[in-house]
Write a protein that binds this ligand. Sequence first.
Ligand code: HEM
Ligand code: HEM
Length: 184
Amino acid sequence: MSRIYVWDLPLRIFHWALVGCVVAAIISANIGGNGFVWHFRFGYAVIVLLVFRLIWGFAGSRYARFSSFPPSPGRALAYLKDPARVPATHGHNPLGAFSVYAMLLLLCIQVGTGLFANDDVMWEGPLRQYVSDSTSALLTTVHKINRIALISLIGLHLAAIIFYTRIKKEKLVKAMISGYKDVS
Ligand code: HEM
Ligand code: HEM
């Protein structure tokens, strides 16, 4: 067994800050009323984190770079059928890679539509005034539907992590905390 450094510090801070902000954005939206002040704040924080992740996908260390985990449906499918036949990588596996891009895409849709959304009463995104009523209504609907897709994908993310930890005995969470992975 040897230890390798997979997740650099900025990526780890990004991940745990993202967890906190997304959870807080969901809770504050569900509280409603003045909770929306915080919903917007956490939503803006998610935008900053996503911009950082985009930059870090090119400027980060080896396993944080998008080039080290390309979004390939073919490889993801092959990995799903028989993980042993797909060359091992220390970063995201081909299926994990796919879910990372899906997660980032859903988050971009969520914050993008939120900027134009309105609740028909008193809260509206900062860019709401630049679009027509019907466009804002449409984007609000997308914001509401996409949150279900996002929460489902987060559920799948957690199920996958539990599977890898319990069944495959891979300490993924420890690696996302310390940055180090034990590999044979
Ligand atoms: C709101 C909830 C969450 C969101 C939005 C989220 C999002 C993400 C994203 C985007 C990545 C990819 C990291 C990268 O950019 O390269 C990731 C990876 C990871 N997340 Fe989460 N996450 C959430 C909750 C959690 C929780 C609660 C845990 C632990 C209990 C966790 C553990 C991990 C681990 C271990 C990885 C690395 C997986 C691998 O080795 O391929 N996540 N997560
Ligand atoms: C990852 C970030 C975000 C998440 C997870 C999220 C999630 C949610 C959720 C769960 C609701 C409640 C929907 C309902 O009551 O049915 C909501 C509503 C809303 N969000 Fe977001 N949101 C995010 C980002 C944003 C951003 C950046 C903005 C704007 C700055 C925004 C503006 C709004 C508005 C105006 C509503 C009210 C829509 C309505 O209730 O009709 N959101 N959001």
